[in-house]
Write a protein that binds this ligand. Structure first.
Ligand code: ADP
Ligand code: MG
Length: 329
């Protein structure tokens, strides 16, 4: 008898837990050549797995559209026809390119999807003992220039004016994919989750405990050391900066991010974190600020509504934008 009651009690507890039991489900997966971590809150494992698969399909779909490696993608078609003819593309890609050009205008060319046309003259993965020549550096960026991306809305076409010109979405695509994965999950009634595309992160809803999702801002020099935890409420947070990849030349430290306007690596910044609604914009702005440097970058962010930024400079100093709401960073 006692055993039966015990069993019934256990069963009851189990049922109640499952009725209310919101749990966190997480999947790590390689997509778009990067580690993605998809986290959702659900009370049913099978449903959670379905939902996570929907997000994966959406990210894979976007990858097919924007990949520069896939020779059959619409992006590759645009690149192959550079200097030849306009290419008709899906509205989705057309709009992504339009928004990219808006960020180019905003950042005075610091952000530029035609960055992909650059010749490689700087090597960050091996020892460089001397500078490339001024001519080499100049030539390396000669095909870059967002003003040579011609959009025709009526025909939904894109034309790259110069032969050899290319576009690529390395600095905006992961953010876009994270936004889209979030949107499709929200449409499917997933109330809460985080899409983390290798540090390009967007969150919505609350944790099962009813609290906000928290995101760590880490010390770029020592990734195990957390500067601060930020609550992320229906927002996105993107950090740009690769601290392992830099070169020392003539006693100066150069980052792996190159200014597309000059061909020289940007200086002065170790990492940029941007916090705003859309991961896509955060992604593009993080790269922009990196290129623009502390003063001009901060000035740009301070003029934008709803965009916050945390910069860590070469001296490990933390610089925050005007409106940032957190005090403890
Ligand atoms: P990560 O996401 O790896 O931290 P970024 O978001 O800065 O780095 O993006 C790096 C990618 O963006 C590279 O693929 C590079 O081709 C591209 N990229 C680098 N600088 C720029 C720039 N100024 N404008 C547009 N794209 C860029
Ligand atoms: Mg980026």
């Amino acid at each position: 008898m006692n055993k039966l009651i015990l069993r019934l009690t256990i069963l009851l507890v189990f049922i109640i837990q499952n009725l209310k039991g919101q749990q966190i489900f997480t999947k790590n997966i390689m997509l778009m050549g990067s580690d993605f971590e998809i986290t959702i809150v659900d009370n049913d494992q099978a449903n959670a797995e379905n939902m996570i698969n929907i997000a994966i399909e959406e990210i894979s779909r976007i990858e097919k559209l924007i990949s520069s490696w896939d020779k059959n993608s619409q992006t590759s078609l645009i690149n192959i026809n550079a200097g030849v003819k306009p290419v008709k593309i899906d509205l989705e890609l057309f709009e992504l390119i339009s928004r990219s050009i808006k960020v180019s205008n905003l950042s005075q060319g610091a952000f530029d999807i035609s960055y992909a046309s650059m010749d490689k003259v700087w090597y960050f993965d091996r020892k460089m003992t001397e500078f490339p020549s001024i001519e080499q550096i100049k030539k390396s960026v000669s095909k870059i220039g967002y003003k040579n991306i011609v959009l025709n809305k009526e025909d939904s076409t894109v034309f790259l004016k110069l032969k050899g010109m290319k576009i690529g979405f390395g600095a905006i695509g992961k953010g876009y994919a994270a936004d889209r994965a979030k949107e499709i999950l929200k449409k499917n009634n997933v109330k809460s989750g985080i899409i983390n595309a290798s540090g390009d992160l967007t969150a919505w809803g609350l944790k099962p405990s009813g609290k906000d999702w928290m995101v760590a801002i880490v010390n770029p020099i020592n990734k195990n050391k957390v500067f601060s935890w930020l609550p992320i409420k229906n927002r996105s947070i993107v950090t740009s900066g690769n601290y392992e990849k830099f070169i020392n030349l003539d006693g100066k430290k150069y980052s792996h991010i190159i200014d597309p306007r000059t061909g020289y690596p940007s200086e002065g910044i170790l990492s940029v974190t941007i916090i705003t609604d859309k991961a896509e914009l955060a992604d593009a702005l993080a790269t922009s600020v990196f290129v623009l440097g502390v003063d001009i970058g901060l000035n740009m962010i301070n003029q934008l509504n709803g965009v916050d930024c945390i910069i860590i400079d070469n001296n490990n100093k933390i610089i925050k934008s005007r409106n940032i709401e957190i005090n403890d960073v």
